[in-house]
Design a protein. Structure first.
Length: 356
């Protein structure tokens, strides 16, 4: 078993610490802890270790599933890891739609074999027939991220249904990372609600602004969840007691207020960045969520060269498309506080002005 370096995280490790503005952040701005009761009581393990039964029932109802078809995890990253380690082995194969967050194709590749199917720019459309052609007799998973990171593409319901049908016909699972789903104005049904071959992962990080809670979940067929829970005993044992305490509140009576605020922020910032993209003669596919995948400005060799110039000259971090396998693009995040976003765009404008 081997794993490739996580290119985006290595980039952040190099440049983020000393930078003034993180304009590559892929989630909504963080909420203040003072909005919540922050006393979870005794700081022991969560018992049972698959998550509080009442909270799992809350989550399960969102997917038309039973509570024992939900596993609470330390963020979506662990939820995805547990799904992959539970379903993949040296004889198993996965089809992964790219570009996407690197762990969604590198983790299954570490356990088995992977065929990637690229979205087609500039609209980042998905060729369902290409996915069908990539499926093999030993395919266990089709992996999707919807809405997509980094492009912001939100694949239509009929596209997702077609992928589900392909997975079901192959006796495989469609796993969808849905961390940005709650930021969409019109949300598709989650994949885990589509039938026994659907698996959904998400967290309270990207849409709720609670990255520090480190709380997520995996939803799907009971056998997969039981196997994933067995593996979880060897990873984090239980979700964070503090994170679960905050997540329970965020998914309770506070939820609609939080999501309404966050969607309004996304709407306003989306318009701001769309104008900036147009004013600078750049282009993107109009994104859903808080990430845009923008063409690299003229005068720069590739996304890494541009992002390096921006961070070195103006102390603003962007994400190079090289980290996603598309060096002609860079990712910009617009979920951060408004004043930081506006200042970050002004600083990038100075780099572009000097390049001209």
């Amino acid at each position: 078993m081997d794993i490739a370096p996580f290119a985006l995280e290595r980039w952040f490790a190099e440049v983020e610490h000393d930078a003034d503005i993180m304009l590559a952040e892929s989630g909504i701005r963080s909420l203040s802890a003072d909005r919540f009761d922050t006393d979870p009581g005794e700081l022991g393990y969560v018992v049972p270790t698959n998550g509080d039964p009442d909270l799992r029932a809350n989550v399960a109802g969102r997917y038309d599933r039973a509570p024992d078809e939900v596993l609470c995890t330390c963020g979506a990253q662990e939820a995805n890891f547990l799904a992959f380690v539970s379903l993949m082995d040296a004889d198993a194969h996965a089809v992964c739609v790219t570009p996407t967050y690197q762990s969604l194709h590198e983790l299954p590749r570490a356990f088995g074999s992977v065929t990637t199917v690229d979205l087609t720019p500039p609209r980042w459309t998905l060729d369902v027939d290409a996915v069908a052609d990539a499926i093999q007799p030993n395919t266990r998973l089709v992996v999707l991220n919807n809405p997509n990171n980094p492009t912001g593409r939100y694949h239509a319901e009929e596209t997702v249904q077609a992928l589900y049908d392909l997975a079901a016909d192959a006796d495989a699972y469609l796993l969808c990372d849905e961390v940005y789903r709650q930021l969409a104005e019109e949300r598709l049904p989650p994949v885990a609600s589509m039938g026994p071959h659907g698996l959904s992962t998400t967290s309270v990080t990207k849409a709720y602004g609670l990255a520090g809670a480190r709380f997520g979940w995996l939803v799907g067929e009971r056998g997969v969840i039981e196997h994933a829970w067995r593996w979880k005993d060897y990873t984090t044992i239980s979700p964070s007691k503090f994170g679960q305490h905050v997540a329970r509140q965020a998914l309770g009576r506070r939820e609609q207020t939080i999501l309404k605020e966050n969607r309004e922020l996304v709407r306003d910032h989306h318009a701001l960045v769309a104008d900036w993209v147009e004013d600078n003669g750049l282009s993107w596919h109009d994104p859903v969520g808080v990430n845009g995948f923008v063409t690299v400005p003229a005068g720069f060799h590739d996304g890494e060269a541009f992002c390096r110039a921006v961070v070195e000259r103006e102390s603003v971090v962007l994400a190079p498309g090289n980290a996603f396998g598309f060096p002609d693009y860079f990712r910009i995040g617009f979920g951060l506080p408004t004043t930081e976003l506006e200042e970050g765009l002004r600083r990038i404008d100075r780099v572009l002005g000097a390049a001209r």
